[in-house]
Design a protein around this ligand. Structure first.
Ligand SMILES: *Cc1c(COP(=O)(O)O)cnc(C)c1O
Length: 236
């Protein structure tokens, strides 16, 4: 049987990840591949899982909640999109890792719901490295203050940083954005904050993951390179 498009795309993405990792003197296994499944059907997700995908990224709570019952714990689920405070309760029903902690009010709501559930919630802090007005995220010069502000929230476990680079025709142009996130993580590590571990650098998408890996990404979020162009209606 010929490989499906999704399976051959996953293989090609994995090969590109491995090559970028080796060039950067790192082991391919260090890079975690999150398949971004917004706008994709359960059928497509199943194909990706059959091709060896283990991690799924969704950017809308409602959409994720619709697919979650069909897939469940067969995958690790990542909430990568902007999270509204009133959706936190639902997000915690499926998300294993939230990449988009970008404001104090959200941290406080996560704390409240996590403490209600009696568990800790792993999160990444989203940083707006590029400073684009349309992008969410903590400003780099406010990251330390933010980490101090959330330090009393005992049910939050910060496991790293996430950023979204500006769209560029040449991904080399946005390498400084990725480098800046890595440097921020190093500073946070050196400073030391309670329950803050700089284990994951979530950066790099279909158009720029090679550049991101060269600059230290160990978690890449890839949609179109695996599933093809998103349906036109999709806006995120
Ligand atoms: C959609 C999305 C991605 C994946 O984008 P592609 O270009 O399709 O790879 C990654 N990260 C976030 C936050 C997204 O919303």
């Amino acid at each position: 049987m010929p490989m499906s498009n999704i399976a051959s795309n996953v293989a090609a993405v994995r090969a590109a990840i491995a090559e970028a990792a080796r060039e950067a003197g790192r082991r391919p296994e260090e890079i975690r591949l999150v398949a971004v499944t917004k706008g994709r059907t359960v059928e497509e997700i199943r194909e990706a899982l059959a091709a060896g995908i283990t991690d799924l990224g969704e950017n809308r709570v409602q959409e994720a909640m619709q697919k979650y019952p069909a897939i469940g714990k067969a995958a690790t689920w990542h909430m990568i999109g902007t999270l509204q405070t009133n959706k936190v309760k639902h997000a915690l029903q499926f998300a294993d890792l939230i990449h988009s902690l970008d404001r104090l009010a959200l941290a406080q709501e996560l704390e409240k719901q996590a403490s209600r559930l009696g568990r800790r919630v792993p999160v990444l802090v989203q940083v707006n490295v590029s400073g684009e007005a349309t992008k969410h995220g903590i400003r780099p010069d406010e990251l330390f203050r933010f980490l101090e502000a959330i330090a009393p929230l005992e049910h939050l476990e910060v496991q790293g940083l996430m950023t979204i680079a500006p769209i560029a025709t040449d991904p080399e142009e946005v390498r400084p954005v990725f480098a800046a996130l890595r440097e921020l993580a190093e500073k946070v590590r050196a400073q030391g904050f309670p329950r803050v571990e700089m284990r994951w650098l979530s950066m790099g998408m279909s158009g720029d993951f090679v550049a991101a890996i060269r600059e230290g990404a160990n978690m890449v979020r890839i949609g179109t390179a695996i599933f093809g162009p998103r349906p036109a209606k999709e806006s995120g």
